[in-house]
Design a binder for this molecule. Structure first.
Ligand code: GLA
Length: 445
């Protein structure tokens, strides 16, 4: 749990001015996985864990951004041409965090003209102006992936809004690489802080889109819009039903008799980004063939299983399986929303189970530890259903649990997972929280 008052005090000690405080949540997705970049449906809740940003304006045009988690400071020049300037080379996994296949800086860093970023050989301006760092201030770099998200949101928002220089201090208790969208929380919290400090108007849909764009251009992950939308719009005690094509939203109250339990396998999804983009490419390959037969199919969201069957001889077995997952998962989100409307948590749990099986078998984004965690959760009394959540390849399982059984379930999942794998997982019941916002300094957390 982050103590915002302590963060404010640390900020004053480091910067010498009083900050404003902002927070944005991570998220856990109840159902609707790998559907958002197929124009489909999702059902996340905002987590009760947040990324916090303390911020105060500066007189110059620089962002000086301190990360408490990484003990690190980055200096970003708002005048310096904040383009992504990336090449397709993965990081060594040991250096990577949430999105491990963030890409390397251009080797053209030395090319400068009078301190301004010089165009790279391909004509693009260089990514980050990396002036000689004064004292503790260093440059954004691929070895420190968190800096890419901050740079990305500043650059993307800076295209349409006049940002001003600011000191930022970031603290977060959203686990990194756990499929709980720590990167969207970071982008959205920083973006909101930068806009507010600059006195700019804040349109949350615009902020969500900018954060998604930052992820595409600066982190190299061609993600959908789910994580950024829930980080912006999350609501207490309700799941968000989101149509990722129209951005239509519906709030589904969580029945008080259940709790959402998050179970972190502690396996970081190190190589998720490359696999993620490969899944997206498979879906696009499927759509290209489907659209040939059925011109109204613009995305997998528009296709049925019958459509898929009709073109199966033109698709590889792998692409067929990927498409089948997305088509069936979209249907499951609709059914789960209906079931939640009727308070039928047992049915929601059964659909979550089906979702996991489809992600494991057809989409192939699960792993042994996730499957072990799911099997343990499902074996316990009071658990309605359990599935992997987020991009996959590690990270977390989400379970829907009877409130009365929650404490026992949490304890038993942790004990059984530890004895099965030797790893101590982090397991906790979460409430659905609020989306991004300012936090009045002086209020208690
Ligand atoms: C990641 C992405 C989301 C979504 C999920 C999978 O969290 O950022 O856009 O695609 O994976 O559902």
């Amino acid at each position: 749990m982050i103590d915002p008052e302590a963060l404010a005090r640390e900020f004053v000690a480091a910067v010498g001015r009083s900050p404003r405080l902002y927070r944005a949540p991570g998220r856990v997705n109840l159902i609707g996985e790998h559907t958002d970049y197929n124009d489909g449906f999702v059902m996340p809740i905002a987590l009760d864990r947040d990324t916090w940003v303390a911020a105060a304006p500066r007189a110059d045009r620089r962002l000086v951004v301190r990360s408490r988690e990484f003990g690190d400071t980055v200096n970003i020049d708002l005048e310096g041409g904040l383009s992504p300037d990336v090449v397709a080379q993965p990081f060594p996994p040991s250096l990577a965090s949430d999105r491990s296949e963030l890409r390397r800086d251009s080797p053209k860093r030395e090319q400068r003209e009078g301190g301004r970023a010089a165009p790279a050989a391909d004509g693009r301006p260089e990514g980050l102006r990396c002036e000689r760092p004064p004292t503790d201030v260093t440059c954004a770099s691929p070895a420190r992936p968190w800096t890419r998200y901050v740079q990305g949101i500043a650059a993307t928002l800076g295209k349409t809004r006049r940002l001003i220089g600011a000191d930022l201090m970031i603290a977060s208790d959203v686990p990194i690489g756990a499929g709980l969208s720590s990167s969207a929380a970071l982008e959205v919290a920083c973006g909101f802080a930068l806009l507010d400090v600059a006195g700019a108007s804040i349109d949350l849909d615009h902020l969500a889109r900018a954060a998604q764009r930052a992820e595409h251009d600066f982190a190299g992950t061609r993600c959908g819009i789910m994580d950024q939308t829930i980080a912006c719009h999350g609501r207490a005690d309700a799941a968000l039903w989101l149509d990722t094509r129209s951005l239509e939203r519906r709030w589904l109250p969580l029945p008080p008799r259940v709790r959402v339990v998050v179970c972190n396998t502690m396996v970081r999804h190190e190589l998720a980004s490359g696999e993620y983009n490969a899944r997206r490419a498979d879906c696009e390959a499927g759509v290209a063939v489907l659209a040939h037969q059925r011109p109204n199919v613009r995305a997998l969201r528009d296709a049925t299983l019958a459509d898929l069957d009709a073109v199966s001889d033109q698709l590889s077995a792998r692409v067929s399986r990927r498409c089948r997952h997305v088509i069936t998962e979209n249907a499951r989100v609709g059914l789960a929303a209906e079931a939640l409307d009727h308070g039928d948590v047992h049915r929601v749990g059964a659909l979550m189970n089906e979702s996991h099986d489809s992600l494991r078998r057809d989409y192939e984004v699960s792993c042994t530890e996730l499957d072990t965690m799911v099997a343990i959760a499902r074996s316990l009394a009071g658990v309605h259903g359990a599935r992997m959540t987020g991009g996959g390849f590690g990270g977390c399982v989400v379970a829907l649990v009877e409130r009365a059984a929650a404490a026992t379930v949490v304890r038993e999942i942790a004990r059984k997972f530890r004895s099965a794998t030797g790893t101590t997982p982090e397991v906790w019941p979460t409430g659905a929280g609020a989306g991004v916002g300012a936090w009045p300094v002086g209020a208690s957390a």
